[in-house]
Design a protein around this ligand. Structure first.
Ligand SMILES: Cc1cc2nc3c(=O)[nH]c(=O)nc-3n(C[C@H](O)[C@H](O)[C@H](O)COP(=O)(O)OP(=O)(O)OC[C@H]3O[C@@H](n4cnc5c(N)ncnc54)[C@H](O)[C@@H]3O)c2cc1C
Length: 397
């Protein structure tokens, strides 16, 4: 039985506690059946999103009144859902997460018309969403984006490539970040919503990874997109990407937390039944120390994640420092926790199909995407330096 005591922490309201139970019950009753219903990866994601749409879970990924429940995205709800789904299954978490990340810029910056067009089908799980920021030579350095958008009458013409795009090939729309050139670097980017059926839009490569989920390289050739489908103003693209990541980074930490909790549960079950000579593994001090380290890191990660989520939900305009700390700590610690769980399983831990072997593959990419750990460290250090300067200017020591 997973530890639920964290739900009594003062970060949460009754709606969050109810949500945790609802999503847990839904995942227990549905995820395995959906995963077993087909071997096709794309089809699994489509069915997971559709079922979560029907169950009202995807509604939490978008704002009201466009299929969502709240006027602004509730980060604690996003985190609780991701944590709970990830504890059951990494792909279920992925399917939900993309409904949020691929619409986040629209929820945050879209016009009423854009929201009305793109959000309801994602909330109902009928359409899948994608967020296309990364390019072959613009990963960690998003300011280096080169995919171009040139004005042409009431439209923009988009040309260039995006890569590592989750839901690539199955999404109904892509939020594409492009260079419109108002200024060099980060200040010359804009964001557009590009429907998958736009002429000139194509999937040029599918990318296989260690924990399979749909990923693709996209090419846009003379793609004509109405200026009305730009989010915000020309030059707002980088701001939109960063504001979206500000909301979703702590949810990546929450997904890592769910994977870590599952690893801890698997380790507890295994050590309770595995005999080493006369002793249960659970009665030996070294395994006990590992279990204790895992439990402590899990609670520390949860505190950072829900501190960040609560702070945002209280109305903080930006939570870059809190979100970066939560994402970095939770993903790095989850990797160590899962590794300990594999170790405690011995040979069984690396047997293909064992849950801890799956978790070992599931966790790895979370330390890279939405800002690698090293990038989070840069954000945290810059914020510390800014705080020092502000304190000095304010007359503090
Ligand atoms: C499974 C998966 C799903 C993804 N989904 C999406 C998606 O849906 N949409 C999207 O737009 N992108 C997506 N990405 C791309 C992801 O965001 C990038 O992989 C990530 O930003 C890193 O960029 P990169 O791969 O080009 O690595 P690089 O930028 O080449 O960085 C390589 C490594 O260098 C180090 N590094 C980078 N910059 C610095 C620095 N300034 N100082 C010190 N060290 C540094 C880090 O360790 C980093 O991991 C996904 C990636 C993966 C693996």
């Amino acid at each position: 039985m997973p530890d639920r005591t964290f739900l009594d922490w003062p970060f949460f309201e009754k709606t969050h506690r109810d949500l945790a139970r609802t999503v847990d019950d839904w995942a227990s009753g549905n995820v395995h059946a959906i995963m077993s219903s087909t071997d096709d990866l794309d089809e699994r994601c489509i069915r997971l999103a559709a079922a979560m749409g029907q169950a009202g879970i995807c509604a939490h990924a978008v704002v009201a009144p466009y299929g969502g429940n709240t006027d602004i995205l509730d980060v604690r709800s996003l985190c609780i859902i991701r944590e709970t789904l990830a504890r059951h299954d990494g792909l279920a978490d992925f399917a939900f997460a993309m409904q949020g990340l691929g619409t986040g810029p629209i929820s945050l910056f879209g016009s009423d018309e854009t929201k009305a067009r793109f959000l309801p089908p994602v909330a109902s799980g009928k359409s899948l969403a994608a967020f296309a920021l990364t390019e072959p030579v613009a990963g960690s350095d998003a300011a280096a984006i080169s995919l171009s958008a040139v004005p042409d009458g009431k439209d923009y013409i988009l040309n260039g490539e995006k890569t590592w795009i989750s839901n690539g090939g199955i999404a109904g729309h892509y939020v594409v970040f492009a260079r419109t050139g108002e200024a060099p670097g980060a200040k010359g980017l804009s964001a557009f919503v590009v429907p998958a059926d736009t002429l000139g839009f194509e999937i040029v490569e599918r990318i296989d990874v260690i924990a399979p989920h749909p990923l693709a390289r996209l090419r846009l050739t003379d793609c004509r997109v109405p200026a009305a489908d730009m989010l915000g103003k020309p030059g707002d693209g980088f701001k939109i990407a960063m504001a979206t990541l500000d909301v979703f980074r702590s949810t990546v930490g929450a997904a890592a937390l769910g994977l870590a909790r599952r690893a801890h549960d698997e380790a507890l079950d295994h050590t309770a039944s595995r005999m080493i000579g006369e002793d249960r593994l659970a009665d030996l001090q070294m395994p006990q120390a590992m279990i204790a380290d895992m439990a402590t890191a899990i609670d520390a990660a949860a505190l950072l994640i829900y501190r960040a989520a609560w702070t945002k939900d209280q109305g903080a305009p930006r939570i870059s420092r809190e979100a970066s700390m939560a994402k970095m700590f939770a993903t790095e610690e989850a990797q160590k926790i899962i590794d300990m769980a594999v170790q405690l399983h011995g040979g069984e831990g690396v047997r293909s199909g064992n849950k801890v072997e799956e978790l070992y593959r599931d966790i790895r990419a979370l330390r890279i995407y939405e800002g690698a750990t090293e990038v989070q460290k840069i954000v945290i250090a810059r914020q510390a330096e800014d705080a020092r300067q502000a304190q000095r200017q304010g007359g503090g020591k």
